[in-house]
Structure formats: structure tokens, C-alpha cells
Design a protein. Sequence first.
Length: 270
Amino acid sequence: MKIFTAILSAVVVIAVLVVGHLYWGYKTDPSRFKPDSVAVKAEKTKAEPTTGKKRDVNKTGQPETSLVAYTKNWPKKARADFENALSKKRAYKIAIVGSDAMGANTHGWGPQLKQALNDTYGSHVSVSLFSYHLNSDEFIREGKYKDVAHFKPDLILFEPFILINNGAVAMDNQLDDIKTAAAAWDDAVLMIQPSYPLYKAANYPAQVKELASYAKKEGYTYLDHWKNWPDPDSDAFKSYVTFQNGEQTAPSNKGTKAWYDYLRKFFIAD
């Protein structure tokens, strides 16, 4: 009996030692941790951007010096501000402000110009469109000019509703409205342009001429895109505007192209 008990005890001890050894081997086997390591690595890869994305500051991939060359037509202060923004790695803000003649869809000159600026300057610019179907008095009275100010633009291309104003707002009032808006946009470089020309208009061309004189007197760059259109009194011009019930309501595709081409060449010098 004593012999049997001794043998049984020895078997139990050996079994405990074998099980203990196997359990310790399982706990210390490096391959046991492999799945967790893969999961951590995958999560880390997902959370951290790739090196390429970190360097994606300029979508165009062009050197900053070549971007500055595109601005050779800009006012001197605008060029200096753009270079300063580049040096500080800050997006230069451009606001395009005016009537809905700029076009709300991708075929309008406004959206086309915004796309061209983004394609050329990449993430070094931030372009915003501010389009309103208002006259200049309403633009000021409803505080829409403050929307532009809140954007904090570095440069503003402003079409001051001169066509919508025609017959509704006196020219002196129009110029006062520009002064009010310009005072709120004092930190930005302001450039002024007219709306689109009209076929055989009477008073409107004289008002546009007065706007050009005012811009020159106040030291604003005046972008005379009318130079890119046919003579408004010629038959060739009629295809550049859209007629509805005998009224000229918007630039046609030809007119939009003439307007856009002029502005693109100004903002993106070849």
C-alpha cells in the first residue's frame, strides 16, 4: 500500500511539472502576441497621415517662386501680401463680390475663375464667391458687405451692382455705397470692375465710365473687361448677351467667356 501511494504521488508530481511547463511555454511564446502587434500597427497606420500628405501644401507641386510670377499683373501691395502669405505658410484670401451675373453654376465666370485660381495657386489661396441679386443700396442696408468683411480677405474683386442699380439708384448714392463697403474692407486690396455691357444702351455706358473715373481717383485698380467684348452697338455683340422678352438678362456663353478670359489673364499671368 505504501509503495502504491509513493508511486501515485510521484505520478502526480510529474504531471504537475509537465502541465506547468506547457503553460509557461504558452505564456512566453512570442508568436502568441503576433496578432495584437499587427492590429496595433494597422491602427497606427490609419491614424497617422502618410509622409506625402504631410508635404501636400501646394496642390500644384510648383515652386513658390513660380507662383509669384503669375501675380505680375496684380497691384503692388497685393503681390507683396501674397509673397508674405507664402512665407508664413498662410492661404491668401480672395473674395469675388458682386451681382449674380457672375453665375451660380460651374459655367459662370465666377466659379470658373475660382477654379482656375485654385488650380494654379493650389492651397496657397482661399477663394470665396459672394453673389447677390441686390442693388448697392440693398447690399449696404442689409449688411451683406459685412459678410465679406467676416471672411477677412486679402484681395477683393468687386462688381458694385452698377447694372442692377441702373434706373434704381442714383450714381452719387452708388459711389457712397462703395465708400461704405470699402471702409469695412480697409485691410484688403480692393479692385473694381463693371458688370457686363448691354446692346445699344443709353445711360448705362456713361455710368460705367463714371465708375472707372471714381476708381482711378480713389486709387483702386479698375478691371475693364469690356475691352474683351465686341462693340456693344454692333450686331456682332448681340450673341454675347441673353435676351428674354426683349430684355437683356445675362451674359451668354460667349459673353461669359469674354469676361472670364479677361479676368483669368489678369489674375494668372502667362
